[in-house]
Design a binder for this molecule. Structure first.
Ligand code: WTA
Length: 650
């Protein structure tokens, strides 16, 4: 195919699915037709055909008390048994569920029969530690098979997991343990990262000591073989308890609305929100989208999603979607460039990966490193590529399709959120004409609209606010312990329509283009960070009087954290070594929140731009951070302030 890579021709690029691909595709045009004919009947069909119910449901949706939805709520199922036992019972026990690749090069292939037995054993371990349905269990693990096993074992016994990304600090872990009142923490001694063992257990020890005291047991997987401190009676080795536990466990049935997990994500205030997901609806949409968006043929595909289970992508597209569908997938513990910059491509070649799902930030950093690295591996098993986490710029999309995909395979850009639980907007690879840079169309059964601030449909192709206008099966059911915040954050603006927090526009063809967050949430390498959370961490440092944080656009990471800080003693600040102070503040944020939150730059300034009512004008600081001409300053209390700040920043 003759492809235009000319920037100016961006608008006219379209890629039609090849006839061969379309002929074998799981999703055909009838899917969208069925969904638009009767949306609820469509979802009920999906729930019945994709999942196995212990008690069949008769009610599809209860939306009598918006925004609190109930899906399939008189049905019962066990989520873990849907991901495991039924595949074994169907005769697929010998199919590989997980190809685990450790960073040091160790590997394991785990079949569905083996994974089922491991999960049953772990379920018995949890029961032995007193875990009951509805209890919260925190998971703080590297990306190793035990992370998947732990999540499924928790789900199997009807407890609620709260997975905390292994890069988060002890403080962040402690506040999540406290908010959910977790009774057990599952962790590892350490994991491998960039060629070294990074310890996890000490962080858990510190977090549990800081927390309010809900944790009775810490279960420790041996992975890094690093020395760890031990609290007798509280701490247990996973391998010791698992060895003693039975691998017989009958999965109990739980109501479709039984809570499955809490996952914390950044919002517009300093305090992370515990997004709550439940069982039947969540699993239906995770399985449905995984199968149709990625064109999954479980008997022949090898799927790889590079996300960590600490994020929603790892929940829905490493654990629940793929395993509910009986897929064979790769999980990789380490970083993309260890021990060499071609590690990911080597893994694709080694396992013959056919479906690959990653983030634009990764693609852009590979673009920078050059195409000769991926081109020295055989990537020709690939047949579908996916992208998630932030808008993918057309240049990165084209590079991904050409250099990684060989030029003719579909790239699907998937828009969704921790809150939506599963993919909401995406092309379907056998049907949609692909358009680089656009997330394209709502998946069948999902209703999206772009509205003005007042809640009216926008004019033509103008930009507006992205909303979901009908409830969907995998929607969040609330914020843990805070129904008011749930209501206020997502529903106060447009009534019973969900406000996503993203700007968007529709083009002439009706395709949706995402325009970034419209609130104080930043997106750094596809990870959500709150300006308020980083500001409060900076202000907690003894040197800081005031801080303002903005997300500035960054070539590789999408956005980068840039902070402007006023020190307490302005005399000292003028005289002292501002470079050392700004390094210290960067390190402070990394320690308080986690390395992903470390500001790219901290500028020490004497003033911050404020309106007459005292509100910081972040828009002006963003102009500075992005090296632009500073915009309209007329609403500032003191219009000369920006000149002073600019001089200090340069
Ligand atoms: C952004 C990650 C544009 C968006 C699954 C959203 C995207 C936030 C895309 C959710 C995409 C995610 N195009 N923007 N394909 N995917 N986003 O909760 O701003 O970590 O609101 O979920 O990421 O981030 P979260």
């Amino acid at each position: 195919m003759n492809v235009q890579i000319d920037h100016s021709l961006e608008e006219i690029r379209r890629f039609r699915p090849s006839p061969e691909f379309a002929a074998q595709a799981v999703a055909g045009p009838e899917l969208a037709e069925a969904a638009s004919a009767d949306r609820l009947a469509f979802w009920a069909d999906q729930a019945r055909s994709l999942l196995t119910w212990s008690t069949p449901f008769t009610r599809t949706l209860d939306w009598s008390n918006p925004p609190f939805a109930k899906w399939f709520d008189d049905g019962e199922l066990n989520v873990a048994a849907n991901c495991l036992d039924r595949h074994v019972e169907a005769g697929n026990g010998d199919r590989v569920a997980l190809y685990f690749e450790g960073e040091p090069g160790d590997s394991r292939a785990i079949t569905y029969a083996e994974l089922t037995a491991e999960v049953k054993r772990a379920a018995n371990v949890l029961i032995g530690l007193g875990v009951k349905p509805g209890d919260r269990v925190a998971v703080y693990l590297p990306l190793i098979p035990e992370a998947v096993i732990a999540m499924l074992a928790i789900a199997r016994v009807g407890a609620i997991h709260s997975v905390v990304f292994g890069g988060f600090s002890a403080d962040s872990l402690a506040s999540r343990i406290d908010d959910a009142e977790a009774s057990v923490v599952i962790t590892a001694d350490g994991g491998y990262r960039k060629g070294k063992v990074f310890p996890l257990k000490p962080t858990v020890d510190e977090a549990v000591a800081k927390s309010a005291g809900s944790v009775g047991h810490v279960l420790v997987v041996r992975r890094g073989e690093n020395e760890v401190d031990w609290v007798e009676g509280r701490d247990h080795w996973w391998h010791e308890l698992a060895a003693e536990a039975s691998d017989e466990h009958e999965a109990p049935a739980f109501n479709a609305e039984h809570p499955l997990f809490i996952l914390y994500t950044s919002g517009t205030t300093g305090k992370p929100k515990g997004i709550l997901h439940t069982s039947g609806g969540y699993l239906t949409q995770a399985a449905f989208t995984h199968r149709n968006v990625f064109d999954l043929h479980p008997e022949r595909d090898v799927y790889w999603c590079t996300a960590d289970v600490g994020w929603i992508t790892g929940h829905s597209y490493v654990v629940y979607g793929p395993l509910a569908n009986g897929a064979t997938q790769v999980i990789y513990e380490g970083t993309p460039d260890t021990p060499h910059p071609g590690r990911w491509w080597e893994i694709i070649e080694k396992y013959g990966v056919t479906i690959f799902y990653t983030a634009p930030t990764a693609i852009r950093s590979f673009m920078k490193a050059g195409r000769q690295i991926p081109q020295s591996f055989n990537l020709r098993t690939l047949r579908v590529l996916g992208s998630v986490g932030e808008p993918i710029n057309p240049e990165a999309w084209i590079w991904y399709r050409h250099v990684i995909g060989g030029g003719s395979i579909p790239v699907v850009d998937t828009w969704w959120q921790t809150e939506t639980g599963a993919i909401m907007i995406s092309a379907l690879p056998g049907i949609t004409d692909l358009k680089p840079g656009s997330a394209q169309v709502p998946v069948p059964g999902i209703s999206i609209d772009v509205l003005t601030d007042e809640g009216d449909p926008v004019d033509g192709t103008s930009g507006g606010l992205l909303t979901v206008t009908e409830p969907w099966p995998s929607m969040l059911r609330g914020i843990w312990g805070d129904p008011e915040r749930f209501q206020e954050t997502y529903w106060a603006k447009f009534g019973d329509r969900y406000f996503a927090g993203d700007g968007a526009r529709r083009d002439e063809d009706g395709d949706i283009w995402l325009l970034g967050r419209v609130d104080d949430v930043m997106n750094v390498s596809g990870h959500r960070l709150s300006t308020a959370e980083i500001e409060s961490s900076l202000v907690a440092h003894p040197l800081t009087a005031e801080a303002a944080v903005v997300g500035a656009s960054d070539e590789t990471t999408g956005q980068a954290v840039v902070a402007f800080v006023i020190l307490k003693d302005r005399q000292v600040s003028a005289a002292s070594d501002t470079e050392a102070t700004s390094q210290e503040l960067r390190a402070h944020v990394a320690k308080e929140i986690g390395a992903i939150a470390r500001p790219r730059q901290v500028f020490i300034v004497n003033e911050l731009p404020k309106t007459r009512s005292g509100k910081i004008m972040r828009r002006l600081l963003r102009d500075l951070a992005e090296g632009r001409e500073v915009g309209d300053t007329t609403t500032l209390a003191d219009t000369s302030i920006m000149e002073i700040i600019s001089a200090q920043v340069r």
